[in-house]
Design a protein around this ligand. Structure first.
Ligand code: NAP
Length: 329
């Protein structure tokens, strides 16, 4: 029998992309779109958006969650009560021991350990780990130093509107960010703790440890919002267990799942956010040895990925595909 998939937060940046992904991948499921009362009756691709209420999940098999944490925590008990399996994009349950945190290219086996909720990792974490997973297998990774350059759409539809409006009028209202983002950079994503580290910056280490099953992983991360509409970029330095070899690194990356190697700097070939926009693969390039490390164990790279697709919607839909395949076995 056809399964029913509800998208909770269907009118948002991630929710709309989830619907696109279901269509693109020709998934044979019935779809239900849910959002706040504000969106009730809105039509997206022929589907009428319903208001999310405690009754919304009756008859639903799977939920793709695309709401902020507080809203997710409100509806999650309703979905559990109705017996749905949820793939959630918020950070509300990511570090819960009972909830697998999954990037299918890396730890798809963890999906089987779910108790009704599977979490999608943070978008920058997904992009960095997809870019570095093959290198971790080859050289071992002890420490990562990462600077993220995060697109405005990472803050949802409000972030996109802020950049578009401020480009037309620098005095346009700031709804998603504390400062003007047009023609600017903002080195803050999320609140800072007493150590001066933001919530977003902690995610790469905390979530990276869980996905890679490596409690010793160390990550120093600086997150920066940039005036790019879509696709996050990341400059990454990897301190490895073994001496690194650039040609070997390129070789393993050229065979890595979900990765496209874009590394020919002499010919101006390197990853750029406009090129990964609307792509599911993460582009990796600018691969070079860190010459300031005399042990030769440090590698630098640059990567880009569409954070609404691979960093959110595509990753969730890939997990859903695995869940559906399990029920068919
Ligand atoms: N944007 C990204 O690149 C990205 C990447 C990875 C993860 N995420 C995470 O994914 C989630 C969604 O992000 P987004 O960027 O898509 O946000 P968004 O564009 O702001 O969309 C939020 C969605 O939540 C819905 N919503 C708000 N209040 C609601 C309520 N009371 N009941 C039901 N639905 C409600 C909104 O519906 P209305 O339109 O009716 O208000 C909208 O559909 C967040 O947890 C975010 O951290 C985002």
């Amino acid at each position: 029998m056809k399964k029913t998939v509800a998208i909770a937060g269907a009118t948002g940046a991630v929710g709309q992309q989830m619907l696109e992904c279901l269509k693109e991948r020709n998934m044979d499921v019935d779809v239900k779109l849910l959002a706040s009362a504000r969106s009730k009756g809105k039509v997206i691709d022929g589907y009428v958006v319903e208001e999310l209420t405690p009754e919304s999940f009756q008859g639903v098999d799977y939920v793709l969650g695309a709401c902020e944490n507080d809203v997710t925590k409100m509806w999650m008990p309703w979905a559990m009560e109705a017996g749905c399996v949820v793939v959630d994009n918020s950070s509300a349950y990511r570090l819960d021991d009972n909830v697998p945190l999954v990037v299918p290219e890396i730890n798809a086996d963890d999906i089987a350990k779910n108790n009704g909720i599977i979490a999608n990792p943070n978008c920058s974490t997904i992009i960095a780990l997809v870019a570095c997973d093959a290198l971790k297998k080859e050289f071992g990774i002890r420490r990562m130093v990462v600077t993220t350059m995060q697109a405005v759409s990472g803050a949802g539809v409000k972030g996109i509107a802020d950049l578009e409006n401020q480009i037309k009028d620098e005095n346009a209202p700031k709804t998603a960010f504390p400062y003007q983002i047009a023609y600017n950079l903002i080195p803050q994503i999320g609140d800072f703790d007493e150590l001066g580290i933001s919530k977003e910056e902690w995610k790469m280490q905390n979530e990276g440890r869980k996905i890679w099953h490596d409690d010793d992983l160390l990550v120093n991360c600086t997150c920066v919002r940039v005036p790019v509409l879509r696709s996050h970029s990341e400059s990454i330095l990897l301190e490895c267990d073994k001496e690194v070899d650039v040609e070997k690194a390129k070789d393993v990356l050229s065979n890595a799942l979900g990765v496209q190697l874009k590394d020919d700097p002499q010919n101006k070939v390197y990853p750029m956010p406009l090129d990964t926009t609307n792509q599911d693969d993460v582009f990796v390039g600018r691969i070079r040895k860190d010459l300031t490390d005399p042990t030769g164990k440090t590698l630098s790279l640059f990567c880009c990925g569409d954070q609404i697709r691979k960093g959110a919607a595509t990753n969730a839909v890939q997990i859903l595909e695995k869940l559906l395949a399990q029920t068919e076995q």
